[in-house]
Write a protein that binds this ligand. Structure first.
Ligand code: GLN
Length: 619
């Protein structure tokens, strides 16, 4: 096993996660099998209790792990499935050491940070790196380890110490350290300043780690003399210094690294030159360029609670992006704060209310994502009602599905106090209620988490077709409440069809409104399994419907074809028309009419991983 460690210096938010994922992708393109580990030096054992508003979304894995959103980047870029052990936190490490101490494993010794914590970290890394994550047998060739935070943080010290020991333990030729740093450009003279990087490398060396490669964030390409200076002061070969300059979308980063031959430097350090091949990034390059060129927009209103920090819905945004690119449309996300749609806002802030409704009404499709707590619920209900009544394509995810059901119960079934017991425990029409999988009395650990199977009960429905006419799908869950199974016949008689259910038939997983162009709700989170080249089926359905192309789409793919959602790019070989880095030979709407052309992806400026507002990057 070979290890690539990615650390960060100077400031946080340099895009270390995307850089680490891109390095993994590049090595994978060289024919290597890659896994990854993310180290988060905070004390929380996992990300489950962390506020999405502060920390970005909680990413959910197949095994039910609630982890840092960077693991989502790894899964998407490398097309792998990680486990909760691939996310190490200080909390997890200390818990494991304290558990052992309580069991008397340390035989009366004083339990200390060095060696007990540092040993536990190294053992954890070695153990987890061996677990295959790409569906193949046997361990991967390379494990990319990303150390969260910035060199010098107090809480990452035990990890730095452990990784210093680890590099020594695995030996020369098996460990490559990439330090991501910042080279600011001072505006007055336009000079690229190396001092912050020099300082952070000195800090790293002082802690016993020597970088092999420097990846420098800078607004423009590093000048040759700047590289030489960095090389001299940081003791890193000039050819091992790469620039991460601003790019229109994050898919460019692996290409940027490839163009600067970062893979050659890494392979040399790891003694893998004889084994790896030249990187094959044809499909990736095609998609990246396509994304930059798109200009025909598709507008999706995201009606959520945390519209201030788009990282709160990162995977949903990525899934929308994957689907939009597959449909050759430029994604425009209109952020609508659910509360702004409510009547109280009409009274308190009429302008805000009007603006929110204008955004919603101007959208081609509406998405209500998952959430907890009752803030904004009424606004989400109004958005679902609007989409249902006006035949606007709608996708409701988890809470988004639950509110769509509540709205239907109230407006169509006439059950005016219908509600979820999450919001009104006393409602006389509990159409969504608490359905723990295990104990009904023990409240702890009652969340239904991770991968569960959904069986299609109605084979002829839109979602089954979109999934490629399979009989079941496995998707990831994170919820406590579910649609009341005792009210299903009432709903179905009125046209709300529960087309996907669990194996018992008691848990509702997918709901579709009959006679509507696209009104789908899912209890699971399909966004977590969407990939750039394999968009999630239901997101694809939303975007295709929003572009007015769903019918054509279903006709072409609805006959037992397993091509959707992941065969799109292969079907008519759009990938193959790409020519050697300098444009497209032809790009003639491979997606059965769901084509267009255009330019980039952006949102209405709330700053998120998906948008590009003309000059910037944001990775
Ligand atoms: N709060 C709802 C529940 O627990 C929905 C959760 C979610 O959207 N992830 O069921």
């Amino acid at each position: 096993m070979k290890y690539v460690l990615v650390t960060g210096g100077v400031v946080s938010g340099l895009g270390k996660g995307v850089t680490a994922s891109s390095i993994g992708l590049l090595l994978k393109a060289c024919g290597l099998r890659v896994t990854s580990i993310k180290i988060d030096p905070y004390l929380n054992t996992d990300a489950g209790t962390m506020s999405p508003f502060e920390h970005g979304e909680v990413f959910v894995l197949d095994d039910g792990g609630e982890v840092d959103l960077d693991l989502g980047n790894y899964e998407r870029f490398l097309d792998i499935k990680l486990t909760q052990d691939n996310n190490i936190t200080t909390g997890k490490i200390y818990q494991s050491v304290i558990d052992k101490e309580r069991k008397g494993v340390y035989l009366g010794k004083t339990v200390q940070v060095v060696p007990h914590i540092t040993d536990a970290i190294q053992e954890w890394i070695e153990r987890v790196a061996m677990v295959p994550v790409d569906g193949k047998e046997g361990p991967a060739d390379v494990c990319v380890i990303e150390l969260g935070g910035t060199i010098g943080d107090i809480e990452s010290m035990p990890f730095i110490e452990a990784l210093g020991q680890f590099s020594y333990r695995v030996g020369l030729g098996n460990f490559c350290l990439i330090h991501v740093s910042l080279v600011p450009v001072i505006n007055v003279v336009g000079e690229q300043k190396t001092k912050p990087t020099q300082h952070s490398v000195r800090g790293l060396r002082g802690l016993g780690l020597t970088p092999n490669i420097l990846a420098c964030r800078s607004s423009k390409e590093l000048d040759e003399n700047v590289k030489l200076k960095l090389s001299q002061f940081c003791h890193v070969l000039a050819e091992n210094i790469v620039t991460l300059c601003d790019v229109p979308n994050i898919w460019h980063i692996p290409l940027l690294l490839r163009d600067q031959k970062a893979h050659e430097s890494i392979l040399k350090v790891l003694n893998l030159q004889g084994i790896a091949r030249e990187p094959d990034l044809h499909e990736w390059t095609f998609r990246t360029k396509l994304c930059d060129m798109l200009h025909n927009p598709v507008r999706i209103a995201m009606v959520g609670k945390y519209t201030g920090l788009s990282d709160s819905y990162l995977s949903v945004l990525k899934a929308l992006l994957h689907a939009s690119v597959a449909c050759h449309r430029k994604l425009i996300v209109e952020w609508v704060a659910a509360g702004d749609l409510e009547d109280v806002t009409a009274k308190k802030a009429p302008d805000v209310y009007k603006a929110a409704w204008n955004l919603l009404k101007g959208a081609d499709g509406v998405l209500v994502p998952g959430g907890f707590g009752d803030r904004g619920v009424q606004g989400k209900i109004l958005a679902a009602k609007y989409a249902r009544e006006n035949r606007v394509p709608f996708l409701g995810i988890c809470l988004g599905m639950q509110i769509a059901v509540i709205e239907f119960a109230r407006s169509v079934l006439g059950l005016h106090d219908a509600n979820s017991t999450e919001f009104d425990p006393e409602t006389s029409n509990p159409c969504v209620l608490f359905m723990p999988e295990g104990s009904k009395t023990h409240m702890g650990g009652t969340m239904r988490l991770g991968s569960r199977r959904t069986y299609f009960k109605v084979p002829d429905c839109k979602s089954a077709k979109l999934y490629g006419n399979v009989s079941f799908v496995d998707e990831r869950h994170r919820h406590r409440y579910e649609v009341n199974p005792d009210m299903i016949s009432q709903f179905e008689n009125a046209g709300l069809s529960f087309v996907g259910r669990d194996e018992t038939g008691r848990r509702m997983e997918i709901v579709e409104l009959l006679g509507h162009p696209y009104f789908v709700g899912v209890q699971f989170h399909p966004e977590f399994k969407s990939r750039p080249g394999k968009p999630s089926a239901l997101f694809l359905g939303l975007i295709a419907a929003a572009c007015g192309q769903l019918e054509v789409f279903l006709q072409n793919y609805g006959h037992g074809s397993k091509l959707l959602p992941n065969g799109i790019n292969n079907r008519k070989s759009t990938v193959k028309v790409y020519q050697n880095g300098d444009g497209f030979k032809s790009c003639n709407g491979s997606l059965n009419g769901v084509h267009s052309n255009g330019n980039g992806v952006h949102s209405n400026g709330n700053g998120n991983g998906v948008h590009s507002n003309g000059n910037g990057v944001h990775f």
